[in-house]
Design a protein around this ligand. Structure first.
Ligand code: ADP
Ligand code: AMP
Length: 240
């Protein structure tokens, strides 16, 4: 409690206002599915703020584990560098833990998970134990041909996961995160060559996940090749 004394009043007030606004929001449990570069990470912070959800991106979590050289990171590194999927057990474990966070109380956005039908089935089991289910799966539909330019021009702020693009979403100052002023980096796997394997994994292993949720009647298809603001409008329409 004493730590709160040192928090500036303006920060306390804005957190209080945020929590009051969140009280009236309905719970939402969302999955974002789409190939690498389809815009999931760009739309997530907007949806997260609008509906007071937690944003769980397995790719971001795995990259943090790789750079911290944890046991999880050591196991995941090789597959990630090759653009292949890491084992189902590794990612299911991190999602199961992450869902316990207080920030997930009003629901969640799963970004990049589930990526296999086995992961989707395990997620259903996890949610079933908590007495809840997935409300909506947002399918970021986009032609493969558009993705190379998006991926090779992407710059990210590693600690927040914020995405920028040299052409489509440049930061205010080149190479620097707008919010923190920290340096941006390019992901090691954001090359045309690794993208090929990542797309192969998407079509073979992740597209069946869309069918899995189609059978449950919860998929909303988005035209993800449109400009970011138009995709945001589509998302808001689907979630309203
Ligand atoms: P994902 O999380 O699905 O891999 P990102 O949201 O990181 O994709 O987007 C990939 C790249 O494309 C980023 O550099 C981002 O700034 C850019 N981008 C995202 N959405 C759009 C869009 N609708 N139009 C053009 N560029 C976009
Ligand atoms: P992303 O940041 O979503 O593009 O993910 C980067 C890499 O992390 C992928 O190419 C995979 O190697 C790994 N990864 C992320 N999420 C998953 C998942 N749900 N299942 C398996 N591998 C994953």
């Amino acid at each position: 409690m004493s730590d709160l004394e040192d928090v500036p009043s303006v920060d306390l007030m804005s957190e209080l206002l945020r929590r009051m606004k969140c009280e009236s929001k309905p719970d939402k449990r969302l999955i974002l599915v789409g190939p690498p570069g389809s815009g999931k990470g760009t739309q997530s912070p907007i949806i997260k703020d609008e509906y007071c959800l937690c944003h769980l991106a397995t790719g971001d979590m795995l990259r943090a584990a790789v750079s911290a050289k944890t046991a999880l990171g050591i196991k995941a590194k090789e597959a990630m560098e090759k653009g292949e999927l890491v084992s189902d057990d590794l990612v299911v474990g991190i999602i199961d833990d992450a869902l316990k966070k207080p920030s997930c109380q009003k629901g969640f956005i799963l970004d990049g998970f589930p990526r296999t039908v086995v992961q989707a089935q395990k997620l259903d089991e996890m949610l079933g134990k908590r007495g809840v289910k997935v409300d909506k799966v947002l399918n970021f539909a986009i032609d493969d041909a558009i993705l190379e330019e998006r991926i090779t021009g992407r710059w990210i702020h590693p600690s927040s996961g914020r995405s920028y693009h040299t052409k489509f979403a440049p930061p205010k100052v080149s190479g620097v995160d707008d919010v923190t002023g920290e340096p941006l980096i390019q992901r090691k796997d954001d090359t045309a060559a690794v993208l090929k394997s990542r797309l192969e994994a998407f079509h073979k292993q992740t597209e069946p996940v869309i069918d899995y949720y189609n059978n449950k009647g919860v998929v909303a298809n988005l035209q993800a090749e449109k400009p970011p603001q138009e995709v945001t409008s589509e998302v808001k329409k689907v979630l309203s």
